[in-house]
Every structure is written in structure tokens, then in C-alpha cells.
Design a protein around this ligand. Structure first.
Ligand code: GTP
Ligand code: MG
Length: 207
């Protein structure tokens, strides 16, 4: 008999300076595409994706924030609402790396220790322009007690591993009893398969 289990949902907020590659990482993960033309995120974008893991199926709700200063005031409420914060910097832009400190501190201020934080050094394909070493990124992640990975949205490097790492760190099904009933509208009738490819939905909102 097939068991009907509720689909666990997790909110992820993407943070980091303008142009570090937040949208590009999400686009690579969702559609396996990359666009070299920069289109700044306006306000906040929302996308969601189901991930089929070996032992369970989860739904990730991705909040893609705008790095531009003028949208800064929108961000705290999304941080408050998320169980995961993905703090991105550009390895070819030292200032964006330095600024991750304030992003991490802001997440800690809003959520305390009740949050998973991942520091992501993006654009590793820009080998000649690199300003931040992997060792520096790793040292910072240890200093702040957060996870760390380097990626390239352009090359498609470490994008799936980033999301698998996040999924592995998420609380398991045993915590679902605390999930509110109205959040349990989706059901999963299929056995879990070992693939992250899945149904997708996306949409923009300047909310
Ligand atoms: N070389 C290289 N370029 C990248 C990479 N990721 C993103 N870019 C480029 O960097 C620029 C900014 O990328 P976005 O993904 O729009 O950056 P963002 O962080 O979402 O920017 P905001 O929405 O303004 O906060 C674009 O021109 C991308 O093509 C990468 O891994 N390597
Ligand atoms: Mg963006």
C-alpha cells in the first residue's frame, strides 16, 4: 500500500551584493541555463522546485533577493521567514566577499542559530580575475560556523552539489509534526528516485 506522506517545504533566501550571481545560480539549478547579459533582480523573485532525494522528496521555495541597495529594506522579512540563507559572493570581487560578513550577521540577528547558512563563492571560472582564494572562503565559513562551497553558474560547476548539501543539512521528516496543516497541501505518491530533476515552476514578482 502506498503511503501518502506530506511534502516537506523549505524556504531558502539568496543574499549577497549586486551582480555576484544569485539569479544565475538559481537559473542554472532550475533550468540548466546561463545568460551572460546582466539583468538586475528588481525587488524579490520567487521560484520553487521539488527535489527527489534518495530517502525523501522535498520542495524548495527559493527567494531571490536584489543586491541593489534600493531594495535592501525588503529583505529582512524574507530572512525571518526562511530556514536557509544562501550568502553569495563573487570570487573576482573582494568587496563582495567582505560584505558577506554583514549578510551573515543580519541573518544571525533575524534568526539566531535557528537557520542554515551557506557561504557561496561564485564565478570560479574567472580564474585570471580571482581576488579571493578558496582558503579565505573556507576560513571565513569556519570563523562564522557556516557551510561553504565554491560554484560557477557559468560553467555549471558545483551547482547541484550546493543544493544537495543544503538538502542534506535540512531537518528530516521527524520535524514535520510541527508543520502547519495549511502547509501540507502537496502529497507525494511516488517512491523517491535518485534525481534532482523534477517539476518546476517559476515566476517573478516585484513584491
Ligand atoms: N563569469 C561568470 N559570470 C557570472 C557567473 N554567475 C553570474 N555571472 C554574471 O554576472 C552577472 C550578474 O549575475 P546575476 O545572476 O544577475 O547576479 P545577481 O546576484 O542576481 O544580481 P542582482 O540581482 O542585481 O542582485 C551577469 O552578467 C551574469 O552573467 C559565473 O559563474 N561566472
Ligand atoms: Mg539577481
Amino acid at each position: 500500500m502506498a503511503t501518502v506522506s506530506p511534502l516537506a517545504k523549505y524556504k531558502l533566501v539568496f543574499l549577497g551584493d549586486q551582480s555576484v550571481g544569485k539569479t544565475s545560480i538559481i537559473t542554472r539549478f532550475m533550468y540548466d541555463k546561463f545568460d551572460t547579459t546582466y539583468q538586475a533582480t528588481i525587488g524579490i523573485d520567487f521560484l520553487s522546485k521539488t527535489m527527489y532525494l534518495e530517502d525523501r522528496t522535498i520542495r524548495l521555495q527559493l527567494w531571490d533577493t536584489a543586491g541593489q541597495e534600493r531594495f535592501r529594506s525588503l529583505i529582512p522579512s524574507y530572512i525571518r521567514d526562511s530556514s536557509v540563507a544562501v550568502v553569495v559572493y563573487d570570487v573576482s570581487n573582494r568587496q563582495s566577499f567582505l560584505n558577506t560578513t554583514k549578510w551573515i550577521e543580519e541573518v544571525r540577528t533575524e534568526r539566531g542559530s535557528d537557520v542554515i547558512i551557506v557561504l557561496v563563492g561564485n564565478k570560479t571560472d574567472l580564474v585570471e580575475k580571482r581576488q579571493v582564494s578558496i582558503e579565505e572562503g573556507d576560513a571565513k565559513s569556519r570563523e562564522f560556523g557556516v557551510m561553504f562551497i565554491e560554484t560557477s553558474a557559468k560553467a555549471g560547476f558545483n551547482i547541484k552539489p550546493l543544493f544537495r548539501k543544503i538538502a542534506a543539512a535540512l531537518p528530516g521528516m521527524e520535524t514535520l509534526s510541527s508543520t502547519r496543516q495549511e502547509d501540507m497541501v502537496d502529497v507525494n505518491l511516488k517512491p523517491a528516485v535518485n534525481s534532482s530533476q523534477s517539476e518546476q515552476q517559476g515566476g517573478g514578482c516585484a513584491c
